[in-house]
Design a protein around this ligand. Structure first.
Ligand code: CTP
Length: 398
């Protein structure tokens, strides 16, 4: 998919810059035209001679060529590109990109780029975890940039943690997949449920669960990036959608979530039910704060909540795709297939709580995708954004 594509490869001053040479070779080998733009600090790590020899183009670094006065137009470059990939992206460059500090050719080119921008951060684990970096990366996401998350592993400092630039082969794959799937969901309407539900006991207490909504929101971002018209029906969560085009309907209880979904469902092409819906709610809402009293503790009677997935499964018409999730602790495969059939789903994404790094609250997930025909696709432990991409790939291929 990279054949004939114009790609700007931005290189900044990090140890991982040596890996950019491999990335450049892979992109050129795949048939892309690559224009390298390097920051002054980047040149301390890797020489422009190597990069221009491999790309077949002079490397751009300064606004002007010193001896001829020739101006390098970041505007033209920004228009020429089908994609821009910044690998490695240091904390400093990410900060400049997030805040529009255009003091070098790379950041001015970034600000002029009309094409999608991919950012592969690389830095030490403490820099990566600093609130400033975290906030800047979130800001880049909100601009629609695609973050190629760094991997965990040994860093140049010999410390072990998150911050290692993703391998060049994987970055090339991400780009390739992007061109393969961009607009694959253009014009499709997608409904996603996310987060927990809260079931009120009294004005100050509720029954809830540990779901943070991260997986559902990651799915929403990924689907929106591929051109889908996305609505999230969200239980109470602390996170926000960063892509402005994503519509979010906030609800609290399972009944409210069901009502919002039923209202939207007839009009959507795909519904992904990622919310951790409480199966039971207090049978009665006590309208005052329940007080601590002498004697036996109060008993909360429960009633069944509606099964949103099953409700939509009954309403589903040909051409609609219904995707569920199953979080299991034992007998995982049988339980997931049982839910797929019972709720009339087309696909179910199985999470096993027995897998380290999977489930609630983590930034990673490990899932297995099972479709109605019985095809089983394992997705290895990865960042939730990447797991979301794998799930959306699957849905787009349906
Ligand atoms: N689900 C739903 N409404 C419910 C319960 C679950 O829409 N009241 C959806 C979830 O969003 C998920 C799928 O159904 O997509 C399976 O959820 P899960 O909680 O694993 O299944 P349950 O049917 O509740 O089964 P159990 O709790 O017994 O495992």
């Amino acid at each position: 998919m990279l054949k004939g594509k114009n790609i700007i490869l931005g290189i900044t001053g990090g140890i991982a810059a040596y890996k950019s040479v491999t990335l450049l070779r892979l992109l050129v080998k795949a048939g892309a035209q690559v224009q390298v733009v390097i920051t002054p600090a980047g040149k301390e790590f890797i020489t422009p001679v190597t990069l221009s020899a491999l790309s077949g183009r002079p490397v751009v670094s300064e606004f002007f060529t010193a001896n001829t006065g020739e101006w390098h137009s970041h505007v033209d470059l920004g228009l020429w590109a089908d994609a821009m990939v910044i690998a490695p992206a240091t904390a400093s460059t990410i900060g400049k990109m997030a805040n529009g500090i255009a003091d070098n050719m790379l950041v001015t080119t970034y600000l002029s780029a009309k094409a999608p921008v991919f950012v592969a951060p690389a830095m030490d684990l403490d820099m990566m975890a600093h609130p400033s970096t975290v906030a800047n990366i979130e800001r880049l996401r909100s601009y629609g940039n695609i973050i190629i998350e760094p991997a965990e592993g040994e860093l140049a400092s010999h410390l072990v943690g998150k911050g290692r630039m993703e391998e060049p082969e994987e970055i090339a794959r991400v780009l390739d997949r992007y061109f393969d799937t961009v607009d694959s969901l253009a014009g499709k309407k997608i409904l996603i449920t996310a987060g927990p539900t809260y079931e009120k006991i009294d004005p100050v207490r509720f029954i809830g669960n540990y779901s943070t909504g991260k997986m559902g929101y990651a799915l929403a971002e990924e689907a929106a990036a591929r051109g889908a018209d996305v609505t999230v029906v969200s239980g109470p969560v602390a996170i926000k959608a960063v892509t402005p085009a994503i519509k979010v309907i906030d609800v609290e209880s399972a009944v409210e979530m069901r009502d919002a979904c039923v209202q939207l469902f007839d009009d959507v092409d795909v519904a992904i039910l990622c919310a951790a819906v409480a199966d039971y709610a207090p049978a009665e809402f006590v309208d005052h704060k329940i007080k601590r009293e002498e004697g036996d503790p109060p008993v909360i009677h429960l009633k069944k909540n509606p099964d949103i997935a099953a409700t939509l499964g009954e309403r589903k018409r040909p051409g609609q795709t219904l995707v569920g999730f199953a979080l299991e602790t034992d007998n995982e495969m049988d339980n997931a297939i049982g839910k797929l059939r019972r709720k009339n789903l087309d696909m179910i994404v199985l999470n096993s709580l027995r897998d380290a790094g999977a489930g609630f609250g983590t930034d990673t997930n490990k899932v297995t995708i099972i479709d109605a025909a019985g095809t089983v696709t394992p997705v290895p432990l990865m960042d939730k954004h990447r797991v979301a991409a794998a799930i959306i790939d699957h849905i787009a291929a349906e």
